[in-house]
Design a binder for this molecule. Structure first.
Ligand SMILES: [Zn+2]
Length: 380
């Protein structure tokens, strides 16, 4: 559910009620909202029930109606307004802004305020503008963006109502009349009457649309370092299939431990070098290990593979063989494995005298040392 902005008020006859709501829709509504089942009076009324105010752009439209377009939302909005105007009410006289809600009934930010009305009980009427959303974090992130305009809307309505009220007092002080008579004499008045603005609901529609269309901000920490790993596992998987296990393992072992690997085909080397971070120095010295393709792949090397290969190499090979991992999922998985060992190597290179405890804490075993010797030298 996208956000909904709703105007509610406290009717002296009917209690808290929704009088207007604006929501974002993909298309213009074909049907007018359902009928209103609750009793209402002049002050509970806003746009006609079968009327919708619509603003469109290329992507979507914003629809303002008396009741929400979806029946189930009517109940949620009603509850939000009840809570904003009664139980959750902010006690200060100018009204106030608060958050309430839960995952079942939705999360709400609400601003409550009152408008002067000489005919109302206590000479003012209570209103609230609320935004309802399913996602709590998203809603609370919007707080600094949506509260200032909502407060501004409330302030402008208050200014208009105060002006109308002031003019009424000059003509005839209702307060004095009523205090003299001692009779309540409440009379329901609508928002256009209170503000002297016949098109007030169209204005509210524009304001609410603006709030809903406000570009959602994205939180991005500044200066995010690039991940120094580039890996397209597709080619690696192909070599794993083409080569004998031994050949593939020796090639990987060379790259992981910083031995000089040679091959006539540079793209093969590039593919294997994806297994180490991009900024690692490619070894230029030492006895070369030759990867040769004739009919089959073969390797020329005088050394022997250790009984236990480095943990990272084992993990990478397992991942490449795991057919349940698609290329799309394999890529981030390999990157995270490599990144983990890069961090291990960094931690080691920053520690002057690493001891057994640190090795244990970092999950380093004896068979990881040939790899880490090369990796830490690239981290200093
Ligand atoms: Zn009413």
């Amino acid at each position: 559910m996208d956000a909904i902005v709703v105007l509610g008020h406290f009717c002296e006859s009917h209690g808290p009620c929704v009088i207007l709501c604006t929501q974002k829709c993909k298309k213009e509504p074909l049907q007018t909202p359902h009928s209103l089942t609750v009793p209402w009076c002049e002050s509970c009324q806003s746009v006609e029930l079968d009327l919708a105010l619509v603003s469109k752009n290329e992507k979507c439209c914003y629809v303002t109606t008396r009741t929400p377009l979806q029946q189930d939302l009517a109940f949620l909005l009603k509850q939000a307004i009840v809570r904003s105007l009664s139980c959750e009410e902010e006690s200060s006289k100018e009204g106030g802004t608060l958050y309430f809600g839960d995952n079942e009934r939705g999360h709400i930010i609400s601003h409550t305020f009152s408008l002067q009305d000489s005919l109302a009980r206590g000479f003012h009427r209570k209103y609230s503008i609320s935004m309802l959303m399913r996602d709590k974090i998203h809603l609370l992130n919007l707080w600094p963006t949506i509260i200032p305009p909502i407060k501004q809307i409330a302030y402008e309505l208050q200014e208009k109502a105060a002006k109308i009220n002031g003019a009424e007092q000059v003509q005839c002080s209702q307060r004095a009349v009523r205090q003299a008579q001692g009779s309540p004499g409440h009379q329901a008045r609508s928002l256009p009457q209170l503000t002297g603005e016949p098109a007030i609901y169209a204005h509210l529609h524009m304001w609410f649309t603006w709030i809903l269309s406000y570009e959602r901000f994205i939180e991005k920490p500044p200066n995010v370092p690039n991940i120094p790993i580039q890996c397209s596992p597709n080619d690696l998987r192909n070599y794993l299939k083409e080569m004998e296990d031994y050949v593939f393992r020796v090639a990987c072992y060379c790259v992981f431990t910083g031995m000089l690997l040679q091959c006539n085909d540079e793209t093969v080397l590039t593919t294997f070098r994806q297994l180490v971070p991009t900024h690692f120095k490619i070894p230029q010295t030492g006895p070369p290990v030759k990867l040769i393709k004739e009919n089959l792949w073969r390797i020329e090397w005088n050394g022997v593979l250790p009984n236990k290969l480095p943990t990272l190499q084992v993990e990478v090979e397992e991942a490449l063989r795991n057919e349940k991992l698609t290329d799309e999922t394999l890529k981030p998985h390999l990157i995270s494995l490599i990144l983990h060992w890069l961090n291990v190597a960094k931690s080691l290179s920053w520690t002057p005298n690493p001891d057994q405890n640190l090795f244990q804490a970092l999950g380093i075993n004896k068979h990881d040392l040939p790899l880490l010797a090369y990796w830490t030298s690239n981290c200093e």
